[in-house]
Design a protein around this ligand. Structure first.
Ligand SMILES: Nc1nc2c(ncn2[C@@H]2O[C@H](COP(=O)(O)OP(=O)(O)OP(=O)(O)O)[C@@H](O)[C@H]2O)c(=O)[nH]1
Ligand SMILES: [Mg+2]
Length: 297
């Protein structure tokens, strides 16, 4: 599965991603690990620097990271869930002309992603600058292109992340862009197959706010699909097991116990356990809806 971050230059995408990695790569509960050594080193360094209050430099290219989503139990047992790509786009890419290869690349990602995180810088919510307003129109246009793909067979996750919360204007919902954002969210909320979240985040040397929930929300359909795939595989293996030849049955009879059936049952039980754990993590998110600077729509 793919998660795409969308936002103009300098809105805080790389900062969020480094902090999210710093927070999630802890090998406890649901967590992530970078699958490539070079990514792990680069992200560890970025996350450490952000914690010290040093922000990343401007992204020159698109970066695509591959992570393993996994669960580590209290006793240290680790279950691999699935791998996913996380795409950090160079902000300027959203303004490329449609026949430009970078624009084509971005639109391919908008077509493939199962989770989109749209970044907007709080300090520009009340801006009257024409360029900022154009950027906002462009972000809406690209978000709509993504949202249009959500349907019964293909539910999608969408997060609006308002970054640099420390700089949010008073009564931001009354500002021009803020009010338009609220209307836009109302409109998107009509689509029941688009699962939305809006959140504010502030990342600086003293605080790393709201990196976990946008991440968890972005994983929900990847998790559901993976679980369904595994259940289907398990059912197939079970039915192959019960349809085996008479020789297989005789073998089981003499061996007294059947390691293959034990393995299938254990893997079934583990999937159910992980499903319960993931759903209860999503439940915490629902319970806190409206608190801590975020809400679901
Ligand atoms: N106060 C505050 N400033 C932030 C925060 N996140 C980012 N910044 C500032 O915004 C700048 C840009 O952040 P980046 O994460 O590099 O932004 P980006 O979206 O990756 O930008 P491009 O790589 O140019 O597309 C940083 O250098 C910081 O000065 C935040 O949460 N709070
Ligand atoms: Mg960047």
């Amino acid at each position: 599965m793919k998660v795409l971050m969308l936002g103009d230059s300098q809105v805080g995408k790389t900062t969020y991603m480094a902090s999210m990695y710093g927070f999630m790569a802890d090998d406890k509960g649901f967590n992530i690990a970078a699958t490539r050594d070079a990514d792990r080193k680069a992200l560890d360094r970025l996350a450490r620097r952000v914690r010290r209050g040093e922000y990343p430099s401007r992204s020159e290219f698109r970066s695509e990271y591959n992570f393993e989503f996994r669960y580590t139990a209290d006793d240290g047992d680790r279950y691999s869930l699935f791998n996913f790509d996380w795409i950090d786009y160079r902000g300027g890419a959203i303004h490329q002309r449609e026949n430009d290869p970078i624009a084509a690349d971005l639109s391919r990602y908008l077509n493939e992603a199962q989770a989109l995180i749209v970044f907007w810088d709080c300090s520009t919510l009340d801006s009257n600058d024409r360029q900022i307003r154009r950027q906002w129109m462009r972000i809406k246009q690209l978000t709509l292109a993504y949202a249009a793909r959500a349907n019964e067979n293909n539910p999608l996750a969408l997060t609006f992340l308002l970054t640099k919360q420390a700089l949010i204007p008073d009564d931001w919902t009354e500002t021009k862009i803020g009010a338009d954002l609220c209307n836009f969210i109302d409109m998107l909320a009509q689509n029941q197959y688009l699962h939305g979240m809006a959140a504010c985040s502030e990342i600086n040397e003293d605080s790393i706010g709201n990196v976990y929930f946008p991440f968890l929300h972005s994983m929900k359909f990847g998790f559901r699909d993976e679980l369904n795939r595994r259940i289907a595989r398990c059912e197939r293996d079970h039915s192959a097991y019960y349809n085996r030849s008479i020789w297989g049955d005789i073998g089981v009879f003499f061996k007294g116990k059947d390691p293959e059936l034990n393995r299938l049952n254990a893997s079934n039980a583990r999937m159910q356990e992980l499903d319960v754990l993931f759903n209860s993590a999503l439940e915490t998110l629902k319970e806190q809806d409206g608190e801590g600077g975020y809400f679901l729509f």
